[in-house]
Design a protein around this ligand. Structure first.
Ligand SMILES: Nc1ncnc2c1ncn2[C@@H]1O[C@H](COP(=O)(O)OP(=O)(O)OP(=O)(O)O)[C@@H](O)[C@H]1O
Ligand SMILES: [Mg+2]
Length: 228
């Protein structure tokens, strides 16, 4: 469970990015975070990853109180979360397989476990045939699939995605959202930041909207797609 309680964030320059945000996300939920540019979406994800500290309030993720977490534990905590960004952030000098395997090597997984789990994950994201390709030869949608496979390889309970479809055309964006939905149905809690109203209308689900740092709505909307 993710509990965000009375969170405010004022940056050092005085900019108020978040104002008294309260959100509870249960295990297994799929949640969109929407809002215009500058509304505080990325700031909220950064606080959840402990990449920034709130000015006030409390965030608890799976019983871990982020404010009480010792600094030395932070890297380990971050590895418990899967994270996906708009710009993919792949290792350009490694092929698809190695990009996904790398996340496992970092946590000391055995070669045997890597040989078993990376192909399984590439199959899940539909990239089995491209495992030897270098990232720059892939389409944007394919690169994002690699990034999602990498984010999931260590079986995080929570996947956080900041504008994962921001660099993709609409059709690829829909495909990535459907993939995230499928991942969610397998049990992972998924939080997706987007400012695409069109995508949210298509996919549907719980939608939290921020406006100038305030939470202005938190509601469940129906989508248009039923073949998810
Ligand atoms: N490191 C920082 N220092 C100072 N101000 C910041 C910093 N990061 C973000 N801000 C400010 O905080 C506000 C919220 O920014 P944030 O990046 O969270 O918005 P966002 O909703 O993710 O926007 P976008 O849709 O453009 O990505 C903005 O006014 C921004 O200028
Ligand atoms: Mg942002």
């Amino acid at each position: 469970m993710i509990e965000i309680s009375n969170i405010s964030k004022t940056y050092e320059n005085g900019g108020k990015a978040l104002r008294d945000i309260n959100i509870t996300i249960e295990d297994g939920e799929f949640v969109f975070i929407m809002g215009r540019s500058g509304s505080g979406k990325s700031t909220l994800l950064k606080l959840m990853l402990k990449e920034a500290e709130p000015t006030s309030g409390r965030i608890v993720i799976n019983d871990m109180d982020l404010q009480k977490m010792p600094r030395r534990y932070v890297p380990k905590f971050r590895r418990k979360l899967g994270v996906v960004f708009q710009d993919f952030r792949l290792l350009q000098d490694r092929n698809v397989f190695e990009n996904v395997a790398f996340a496992q090597r970092v946590v000391g997984a055995s070669s045997r476990s890597i040989r078993e789990s990376v192909p399984r994950m590439l199959k899940l994201v539909g990239l089995s045939s491209k495992y030897k390709m270098e990232p720059q030869k892939l389409s944007g949608g394919e690169q994002q699939r690699v990034a999602i496979a990498r984010a999931l390889i260590n079986r995080p309970e929570v996947l956080l995605a900041d504008e994962p479809t921001g660099n993709l055309d609409y059709q690829n964006a829909i495909e990535i959202m459907k993939l995230l939905k499928r991942i969610n149905r397998r049990g992972t809690t998924v939080v997706v930041v987007t400012h695409s109203q069109e995508l949210v209308d298509e996919i549907g689900g719980r939608v939290i909207t921020l406006d100038r740092g305030r939470l202005v709505s938190d509601e469940v909307r129906g989508g248009h797609t039923d073949e998810l």
